[in-house]
Each structure stands twice: as C-alpha cells, then as structure tokens.
Design a protein around this ligand. Sequence first.
Ligand SMILES: Cc1cc2nc3c(=O)[nH]c(=O)nc-3n(C[C@H](O)[C@H](O)[C@H](O)COP(=O)(O)OP(=O)(O)OC[C@H]3O[C@@H](n4cnc5c(N)ncnc54)[C@H](O)[C@@H]3O)c2cc1C
Ligand code: SF4
Length: 331
Amino acid sequence: MHPFSLSSTEDPANAIAAHARDSQLAFIAGGTDLLGLMKDRATFPDRLLDINRLPGMAHIESRPDGALRIGALARMSDVAADLQVRQRFPVIAEGLLFAASGQLRNMASMGGNIMQRTRCAYFRDDDDAPCNKRRPGSGCSALHGINRNHAIFGWSEACVATHPSDVAVALAALDAFVIVRGMGGERSIPFTDFHRLPGSTPERDNVLERGDLIVAIEVPARPEGRASHYLKVRDRQSYEFALVSAAAAVATNGRQISSVRLAMGGVAHKPWRLSAAEAALRGVSLDDSDGLKSAIAKSFGHARPLAHNAFKVELAQRVALRALQTAGARA
Ligand SMILES: Cc1cc2nc3c(=O)[nH]c(=O)nc-3n(C[C@H](O)[C@H](O)[C@H](O)COP(=O)(O)OP(=O)(O)OC[C@H]3O[C@@H](n4cnc5c(N)ncnc54)[C@H](O)[C@@H]3O)c2cc1C
Ligand code: SF4
C-alpha cells in the first residue's frame, strides 16, 4: 500500500483550503471505500485529512420549509434509523439498509457513500488491466470483456461502469440537493447533476472540484415521499451490490397516480431517472398492471445493453414495476 500521512482538522475552512492547494490530499470520513481503493492501488493519495471532527456535519434535522437536512458525516445506520427518515422517506431508509453490512453502515458516512467509486472489477483489479477510470487513456477492459454487471444506459466507448451507491438512487428519485462548500463559498447541486456520465473523461465520477467539501444532503418536502420504496436485486440476498435496483415514490388520487418519481441503480454511470415513464404513468391506475408496464417501457426504448447484460433490460422494467406497486400499496 502506498505510504501516506494522516492529519485531522476541526476547521472546515482549513480543510477546504488544504484540499484546494494540495492535489495529493484526500478527505477521509469512514474510510470504508477510500482505504479499499488504496489497497487496490486504484488511488494513491500522499496525505489523508480526517474530516470526522468538523463541527455540525453529522446532524439530521428538519428545516422550517419541511426539507430534511442530512449532514455529510451522518452515519448510514443513524440515517436509516432516524424516525423522520423512516416515516417521511422510507425509500432512503431502505436504500441504506439494503447496503453493505451493519458494521460498514456504522462506519460509513453519507458524504462518503455518494462519493464511492464503481465496483467494476477491472477498475478494482490491482493487476492493472486497461481501465480509463483507473489510468486515463489505457482503454476499457469491460467494453468487450466481462460486462454482465455493467451499464445499459448512458455509457461511452471509454467506460461502461455503473455507480454502486444504493441510497444515491433514492436521493436522485427525490430530487435531493448536495450542499457543497468550496473556495468560492457554499452551493447547492441538484442530485441528478451531481454524478456524471462517463463521456471521454470517465476518471471524473462527479462534478466536484478540488477544495469542495460536501457538508450536507438536503431532501425537499415531497408529497410522494411517504409512499416510497427501494427494491434491490442482487446475486445473493445480502452483503452484495445491486445488479439492478429501483427507487419509487408515488402520490395518488384514489388508486390513480397523480405524480411519481422513479430512478434506477445498476444500469448507468449515475443514478438513472425514468423521466419518460414518470410522465406516462400520470393518471394510470395502480391496479392496471398492463398500463403500468407499458408506461415504464417508455424509458427503455433507448437502452443499449452490452454483450453480457441484455437480461437487465427486462429485469430493470420488472424491478421498476414491483417497486412502484409496493410504493403504491403504501399510498
Ligand atoms: C464490502 C463492502 C460492501 C459494500 N456494499 C455496499 C452496498 O451494497 N451499497 C452501497 O451503497 N454501498 C456499499 N458499500 C460502500 C459503502 O457504503 C461506502 O464504502 C461508504 O458509504 C463510504 O463512506 P465512507 O464514509 O467510509 O467514505 P470514505 O471511504 O471515507 O470516502 C470515500 C470517498 O469520499 C470522499 N469523501 C468522504 N466524505 C467527503 C465529504 N464530506 N466531502 C467530499 N468528499 C468526501 C473521500 O475523499 C473518498 O474519496 C460497500 C462497501 C464495502 C467495503
Ligand atoms: S467500465 Fe470503466 S471502470 Fe470498468 S474497465 Fe472500463 S473504464 Fe474501467
């Protein structure tokens, strides 16, 4: 493992300035992803800055406008157990509880979770297979290699990886915001703009710049929040990343859908919103499964499966349908 030094700070301004001026410095929160990447030689920071003692970043609180603010240092287990989260946004609690293991969730922070990097085996492989995310310009081993777990939407010739976070899918469905403090002050990034598609620069997972510190995630009050569900399909029942997952949140008028939010995981380089399906689902009855299916299919016309993952096109539609029906049963 590459040698590194470790320091910590209690001052956010110091943390931001240190990160902005030193390209070899990385923030460390729970360390559950970063240390694995360092052991796999996928990243080589010389200096780690422990941000766990930064003040006010582990709270979960309601804002006067009804939004829920989740500090970036709040632990996954604490957020999953929070009564407001469970009652107002079950999709978030479920997205967290279906992730990793109890021990990991106790350690792992919300900021670190949405920053975690792909589980593409070539990227994590310390044999140094060609990987544009690991070594820009070296090629993509998965494009014509083993790509069963990879993307069916939004990929490029440079990278076909998927984003691994579960809770990010729920946050994308709810149109949450990532609150970031950087050298220029604080800004709020719409969740669906936070992660990037790979294009020709797959080494960049998200839109953060040097010196950017995630301080919180804000979830606006959403009428669909209470009737929501996260469904994750994986190769084994626990302690496994998603093959395909769906976050669904719905508001109804009787049994008729008045508004719906749908996002998928395991299908793209970022959480993938099913906007065409959302539009088509308005007015459809939750009891009309053929109507629900054909509305969901509207988001799959442009799916581009790879050699080993065509099954995901059908699987994803079934997972979206089941997630929607379960959310609907809570309405
Ligand atoms: C065996 C295993 C199984 C897992 N299974 C799942 C799963 O099923 N689903 C799932 O969603 N996740 C899963 N995970 C991933 C896990 O959820 C992440 O490792 C964890 O959430 C990362 O949080 P952390 O606080 O440990 O981040 P760290 O490892 O400390 O940091 C990760 C990255 O985020 C950056 N960072 C951290 N905090 C901030 C901040 N506030 N601002 C800016 N940058 C920051 C760090 O610099 C680093 O680049 C699994 C992990 C392991 C090891
Ligand atoms: S899919 Fe992306 S992460 Fe995986 S080998 Fe290709 S470039 Fe690397």
